[in-house]
Design a protein around this ligand. Structure first.
Ligand SMILES: *Cc1c(COP(=O)(O)O)cnc(C)c1O
Ligand SMILES: [Zn+2]
Length: 424
């Protein structure tokens, strides 16, 4: 890994060699999140947009990732998701262009696959067979899926309140699942304890420095899909802050390499009932000393009382001139059918939250009519069927119910004509 200079502590700035520390800065414990630093001259000499590798999905950007040359990714194709043009959504919020990055089309149906694939690679580099994490659901599913593909063991701590479908997904992949009658934050502490007492590889977000490195590949794809003409604004749902931190990191890589010519503004969208970072951003409070909050939101994937990657998340918004915005549960649910109808991408609540937040940002001075914007749809709508049902009730989707046969068909056809006229 001669392209990696070291790991820099975000609290004290101290630099470590990659083989010198396991996860965090020893001086600062779990708070001492580190950032992977690269030698961009070395990377630039080896890679350029036309010379990116032929590996599938996210590993196409391998020369910009902190992995050994000999490392083998799990045999599931992660990344390479579509960037969907959404002209009607652009019209609605009066901006030049909107694209929706459909991360619901990952192998386990969320963006978390990018981080979990990286975890499996880093664990293998260390020769560790068991990987543990806590998760509100998607990181767990991603780890379970990647471990199943690579023949490794996953031990996962999930709050018992996680949507049933997400838990079923873990079980199908054969993960060892521990349902915790408590919050994500409590499950997190338990997973951390398990890792430190056993030596299992620790995938936990905001602790493992390589997770945001995996997630940054989404923004490499976005920029490449736009022919290396970076968008002006990117919106994403924020819980722990690892994704938005990863976006910032990926964009900094591309600016440093000169592959894009400007830094997009990052909009972090939080649920009103889980707005730790938004509150700190408004009040100027230090995220390292701000007390954890109690959370309530329909968007389980962005529910985090103490965002584990809060330092990277805050830097992402502040250093790009972006913003945090908050959205209510009702706005989140409403955004599910709105985004689905507006461009054909069906997202889970945390994914649709990004569209809800972009709408709010576009109504303020944060986003202007000349802007080209990207909305990250981070997880598939089928991940949380219950929320999708609630959302369809909210928009009062009309469903015709008829008996089978000709009478039923005639009845349906009579009702359908006026209905189509109304909804135009
Ligand atoms: C994890 C997740 C998020 C938020 O990512 P953080 O890194 O926790 O901020 C958003 N949407 C979905 C679908 C997720 O699974
Ligand atoms: Zn430190």
């Amino acid at each position: 890994m001669d392209h990696v200079i070291g790991l820099r502590c975000l609290v004290c700035g101290r630099r470590y060699r990659p083989d010198e520390i396991e996860y965090v800065c020893p001086e600062h414990g779990a708070e001492g999140i580190v950032d992977v630093e690269y030698d961009y001259d070395v990377i630039g000499a080896r890679a350029s947009p036309p010379r990116l590798g032929g590996e599938p999905g996210m590993w196409r950007y391998r020369s910009l990732l902190p992995v050994e040359v000999w490392s083998e990714p799990p045999p599931l194709v992660v990344g390479g998701t579509p960037l969907v043009a959404a002209p009607r959504l652009a019209g609605e919020i009066a901006v030049a262009e909107v694209w929706v990055k459909d991360e619901g089309r990952q192998p386990t149906a969320s963006l978390k696959d990018r981080a979990s694939a990286m975890a499996v690679v880093k664990a293998a580099e260390r020769g560790i067979d068991t990987i543990t994490t806590a998760s509100t659901g998607n990181a767990a599913a991603a780890l379970a899926g990647m471990c199943a593909a690579a023949g490794r063991r996953a031990v996962i701590f999930v709050p018992a309140s996680a949507p049933k479908g997400k838990v079923a997904q873990l079980l199908a992949y054969g993960a060892n699942v521990i349902l915790v009658d408590g919050t994500y934050d409590e499950a997190f502490e338990m997973s951390m304890g398990a890792a430190s007492s056993t030596g299992w590889y620790n995938r936990n977000t905001g602790f493992n420095p390589y997770m945001s490195e995996g997630k940054k590949t989404v923004v490499f794809e976005v920029c490449e899909q736009l022919a290396w003409s970076a968008p002006d604004v990117i919106a994403v749902g924020v819980g722990d802050g690892c994704i938005i931190g990863g976006l910032h990191k990926g964009l900094r890589d591309l600016v440093a390499l000169g592959w894009i010519d400007h830094m997009p503004r990052l909009i972090g969208v939080q649920a009103e009932g889980s707005a730790f970072l938004a509150e700190a951003w408004w009040s100027g409070e230090d995220v390292l000393t701000k007390a954890p909050i109690r959370t309530y939101t329909v968007a389980d994937s962005i529910s985090a009382g103490l965002p584990r990657d809060r330092l990277k998340a805050m830097a992402a918004v502040v250093e790009t001139g972006g913003a945090f915005v908050t959205v209510s549960d009702e706005q989140i649910l409403q955004a599910i059918p709105d985004m689905a109808r507006g461009c054909g991408v069906f997202g889970e609540p945390a994914a649709a939250a990004a569209w809800a937040g972009m709408r709010i940002a576009a109504g303020s001075r944060l986003v202007g009519p000349a802007d080209r914007v990207v909305v990250l749809s981070t997880g598939n709508g089928l991940k949380d069927a219950g929320a999708a049902v609630r959302a369809s009730e909210l928009v009062q989707s009309t469903v015709l119910r008829v008996p089978p046969g000709r009478d039923g068909l005639n009845h349906a056809m009579r009702r359908l004509q006026p209905m189509t006229a109304e909804t135009r």
